[in-house]
Design a protein around this ligand. Structure first.
Ligand SMILES: [Zn+2]
Length: 676
């Protein structure tokens, strides 16, 4: 009997990992798609006139078991995968995509949804219901539900072309990355590199049967070389290769792909009635319009530029004194920045790690959540885990009521992908008056304990843990009716607020005292180390900010205007960068032809969100700082108006209810040391 076919009968309704076999997934997904189709047909064929309840709500609660099974499946495929699961993923992914399209292209269903939408005043809806209606309606119209058949066909055609072009764009970059290698045969050319980087370069050469040391354009090889290698000519060679990916006028060139992608996105937006691609994307973002994004970026630019220019001048002087460098070039940037940083702070991970034992840091995160939101974390061992390393908790509120189940999975292993993320195995929602609590998980790749030492985290790993824990709190404290509006199901430029804001506690004495204790002596971390961490965190913040802004502006230059007249990719880019340039222009290089975030990944018209989220988190944390970082009133407001609300209302409204005003960039600029 396939355990995935039916609702689980486990304790807390948790996923029955131990009884699921790989081969259960595909038949379950196919069967549950069938069942969901029947649910959808029942909505469409209902002889009653469409209402919010019999159409929108019914659609929202259709396919729930399918959603649970697919979330378990894809979570496992990220955190504990194997060849079988990967093969199944390749088989079921297109089936699920097609099923999704079948729903948004279902004309009978759209007719009913539209009827409810057009007559919404009849149904006396609350804010959350209105938001759900808007979201469901848009999921049809933004995919062309209104278009006549020939234009629907055109839209499909554009989507197909875009998919192919994006794939090609990515393949070209990958090929460019793989085709380049720099073989070093003279040991003197390795001068400056750390032991680990030299060893890796040696191993790489050996693996390709070469004598010497091999440097490539992969980050683990490229970054240390650019940061530490004393040989300036080799740094230049490597930087030029890195910066000219997709820009070599050969079969792997991406210039034409960039122009085609930008133009097709523009055509798609116009077809759907939007001015530009950015107008289309930003309709479902907190920033709302390209005009707002551009003025947001330009406002930051104005504040960051003087600081960036000062930092650049200081760095230039430093390089001149140290090595007689007359003109600082792009390939000098990481190298001299690192040298200057070492001189100023002399802070390395090894000094800090003994104060950040994993168990103590987790407990610290739990204590912070307890002081802020009254949450208690109780370890439980009676529910199934998907791997023995996973830790499982029952999360209770201060009345001992169940808030969430929490899974934490910290160490790397072969079946886990890189990075750190938060996810859930079950969403929170209320159906037929019964409240379902969520099952939330965080997955990381932290340093493993050894026989002689516990797991000791770098400071970066500590902030990562708090970051993911912040997302987890957003999921755990969710208190909404509809699952698709619950927890982290919010606009993209709002989702990093809870995660980033929580990182701030890692820099505060009151919080560090709870958990930053030496693993042997239990001595609390010395405050001068904390001060150094803080100072070094805003090192070269002006230049970093300018860089992020320049990418955001480039993104908007491609997607926020009509691109029909752009013929020369490099000339267009040079114009977009004109207010943010610090280093001399490199004519051999082009950013756009390798800007995978916006031309391959999902960040088109969204690159600004990195800075946007920082503005939000700094502004929110300033409120905590004003009232005390463990102030219960501020914490309750944050919980009631932000964390528990998910995507039930416009995020700006939610934020204002918490903060009493719109977010202002001043707190970020102050934290970054860009203004006093
Ligand atoms: Zn995040």
């Amino acid at each position: 009997m396939n355990p995935l076919f039916k609702n689980f009968t486990t304790e807390f309704n948790t996923a029955p990992f131990q009884s699921i076999k790989n081969e259960d997934f595909k038949p379950a997904i196919l069967e549950l798609i069938k069942q969901t189709k029947i649910e959808i047909d029942t909505i469409v064929c209902n002889s009653e006139p469409p209402t919010f309840k019999n159409t929108i709500e019914a659609l929202e609660f259709s396919g729930q078991q399918l959603d649970r099974v697919t979330s378990i499946f894809f979570n496992l495929n990220s955190a504990e995968t194997n060849d079988d699961l990967q093969k199944i993923a390749q088989e079921v992914s297109p089936i699920l995509t097609e099923f999704g399209n079948d729903i948004t292209l279902n004309e009978g269903l759209f007719k009913r949804v539209k009827h409810v939408y057009d007559n919404k005043n009849m149904f006396n809806l609350n804010t959350e219901q209105n938001t759900l209606l808007e979201k469901k309606y848009k999921s049809f119209t933004r995919n062309g539900a209104y278009l006549p058949d020939n234009k629907k066909q055109q839209l499909r055609e554009i989507d197909k072309q875009l998919a192919t072009l994006k794939l090609k764009f990515g393949e070209n970059i990958l090929a460019e990355t793989n085709n380049f290698e720099m073989l070093i045969t003279d040991e003197a050319d390795l001068s400056g590199l750390p032991e680990g980087a030299i060893e890796a370069a040696k191993q790489l050469a050996e693996s390709k049967n070469k004598e010497g040391w091999l440097i490539t354009l992969d980050y683990p090889s490229y970054i240390p070389f650019m940061t530490y290698a004393d040989n300036r000519a080799l740094r230049k060679k490597l930087a030029l290769a890195f910066g000219s990916k997709g820009f070599n006028n050969d079969t792997l060139d991406n210039q034409d792909n960039v122009l085609q992608i930008a133009n097709l996105r523009f055509q798609r937006a116009q077809l759907l009635g939007y001015k530009t691609h950015a107008h289309f994307v930003l309709e479902e973002r907190m920033a709302e319009t390209p005009e707002k994004v551009t003025s947001f970026l330009n406002e930051l630019l104005e504040k960051a530029k003087p600081a960036a220019e000062r930092e650049f001048a200081t760095l230039q002087n430093f390089a001149k004194k140290l090595d007689g460098i007359e003109q600082l070039e792009k390939w000098d940037s990481a190298y001299y920045s690192e040298k200057l940083k070492q001189k100023l702070f002399n802070l390395d991970d090894e000094k800090l790690k003994p104060y950040f034992q994993l168990e103590k840091v987790i407990d610290g995160a739990f204590q912070v959540a307890n002081k802020l939101f009254g949450l208690q974390f109780k370890s439980i061992d009676t529910i199934d885990k998907y791997h023995e390393d996973v830790m499982t908790y029952q999360v209770l509120d201060d009345n001992n009521k169940l808030v969430s189940i929490f899974y934490a999975d910290f160490f790397p292993r072969p079946g886990k992908r890189n990075g750190a993320w938060m996810t859930s195995f079950k969403p929170q929602y209320i159906k037929d008056g019964i409240e379902e609590r969520p099952h939330v998980s965080i997955v990381c790749n932290f340093t493993k304990p050894t026989k002689s030492k516990p797991s000791l985290l770098t400071f970066n790993e500590v902030t990562t843990l708090f970051h993911e824990f912040g997302h987890a709190l957003h999921g755990m404290l969710a208190n909404t009716t509809y699952p698709s509006l619950s927890g982290t199901s919010v606009y993209w430029d709002f989702v990093e607020l809870p995660s980033q804001v929580l990182e701030n506690w890692c820099y505060e004495k009151e919080a560090l005292e709870l958990f930053a204790k030496h693993y042997k002596t239990n001595e609390v971390i010395p405050m001068e180390l904390v001060e150094k961490i803080k100072e070094s965190a805003s090192f070269h913040e002006g230049m970093q900010t300018l860089r992020q802004i320049s990418f955001g502006l480039l993104d908007m230059s491609w997607h926020g205007t009509n691109p029909t007249n752009i013929k020369d990719v490099k000339a267009h880019e040079t114009e977009a960068f004109k207010n943010t340039r610090l280093y001399p222009e490199v004519k051999e290089n082009c950013m756009s032809t390798a800007f995978a975030h916006i031309f391959q990944g999902g960040y088109s018209s969204g690159y600004y969100s990195y800075k946007w989220a920082e503005v939000l988190d700094a502004d929110a944390f300033e409120y905590f700082k004003e009232q005390g970082i463990f102030n219960k009133t501020v914490a309750s407001k944050f919980k009631d108006h932000v964390l528990s609300q998910g995507g039930t209302d416009n995020p700006m409204e939610l934020y204002k209810r918490f903060r009493g005003q719109e977010p202002k960039p001043e707190a970020l600029l102050k934290r970054a040391g860009l203004i006093k």
